[in-house]
Design a protein around this ligand. Structure first.
Ligand code: DOR
Ligand code: ZN
Length: 346
């Protein structure tokens, strides 16, 4: 096969940041994706509908007139989030849900949730108003090993939440373990998961063997090969519970290549090509369209995109570095070659 045409895909988990960097990040995603769920971990966090609509405006201002793109805003859940804000979010078509960051779990999560149990009233409101809960599923306790944090979060928090709120739509974001695959597979059809390109293409050897590779460092951290294989099987399985969410998360080179580097892989400049690489490696390019363009939209109850995107088989290399208003950014997979290239969007 030399050419592949898909329904235009959506990115169900994306960090665009703010300010002048939007002039780089917005076109990088809009070149491929029609819709994207925009993460709210700015400083200060995007906690209200009003803040999210302002942020959305700034995103739209950075969109070149020749491109189309629809940011679907996620609000940052805190201990102060009220049932009234949930109702407001439910009635605004630009808001897609609330993102639960355990406090201290990742970039700009200091304002996150310290007690998941205390969220019960707000989760009740989300269930009632049919507002999805998007979850960064890792505990942050110092005594829990970083490689076990996803499993412990599932056992400690997600099993109780899905039992107590069976009608709540819940997306476990950027899953990294076989435990997460099992949890999502066994849960009811209100529960789904996103999978990033780096967790499909890499495991912790790619982070640590032969030297530390800061551009492969993200959270949840890459796990051992057996977990990677479970994620690969989930993406290849054709189950509608598993769909595309890049978690593309830019940090400037100086903040990645340093003694205490930031977590995040900037995959947007090659996102669909990276997923095509994975599906192609597994001789399963016929599964890419459902994963990238159908299952997420169906889960969120949104129409499929009208446009089509064509990829051609033609080797290219991801750029070593990209210049942005904030400084140089090294994209995920920099310097490595990919077999599929974007040919056309129309
Ligand atoms: O690696 C990550 N980077 N994981 C996250 O959860 C957040 C993200 C970021 O915002 O940089
Ligand atoms: Zn993220």
């Amino acid at each position: 096969m030399q050419q592949l045409t898909l329904i235009r895909p959506d990115d169900w988990h994306l960090h665009l940041r703010d300010g002048a960097l939007l002039n780089s990040t917005v076109p990088a995603s809009a070149r491929v994706f029609n819709r994207a769920v925009i993460m709210p971990n700015l400083v200060p966090p995007v906690t209200t509908v009003a803040m999210a609509l302002d942020y959305r405006q700034r995103i739209m201002s950075a969109l070149p007139p020749s491109m189309s793109f629809e940011p679907m805003m996620a609000l940052y859940l805190t201990a102060e989030t009220s049932a009234a804000e949930v109702a407001k979010a439910a009635s605004d078509p630009h808001i897609i849900g609330f993102k639960l960051y355990p406090s201290g779990a990742t970039t700009n999560s200091a304002a996150g949730v310290k007690s998941v149990e205390a969220l019960a009233p707000v989760l009740e409101a989300m269930q009632e108003h049919q507002v999805p809960l998007l979850v960064h599923g890792e505990v942050t306790d110092g005594d829990i090993d970083i490689f076990d944090r996803e499993k412990v979060f599932i056992d400690r928090h997600l099993v109780p939440i899905t039992t107590q709120f069976p009608a709540l739509s819940l997306v476990l974001e950027h899953i990294t373990t076989g435990d997460a695959v099992d949890f999502v597979s066994q849960a009811n059809d209100k529960v789904a998961a996103t999978i990033t390109p780096q967790h499909l293409l890499m495991n912790r050897n790619d982070l640590l063997v032969g030297g530390v590779r800061p551009h492969n460092y993200c959270l949840p951290i890459l796990k051992r090969r057996e977990h990677q294989q479970r994620l690969q099987q989930a993406a290849l399985s054709g189950s509608p519970k598993f769909f595309l969410g890049t978690d593309s998360a830019p940090h400037v080179k100086a903040n990645k290549e340093t003694s205490c580097g930031c977590a995040g892989c900037y995959s947007a400049p090659a996102a669909i090509e990276l997923y095509a690489e994975f599906f192609s490696q597994h001789d399963a390019l016929d599964k890419l369209e459902n994963f990238a363009s159908r299952f997420g939209a169906e889960f969120y109850g949104l129409p499929l995109n009208q446009q089509r995107l064509t990829l051609t088989r033609s080797e290219w290399a991801v750029p070593q570095s990209l210049e942005t208003a904030d400084g140089s950014i090294v994209p995920y997979y920099a310097g490595q070659s990919l077999q599929w290239q974007l040919a056309e969007l129309g």
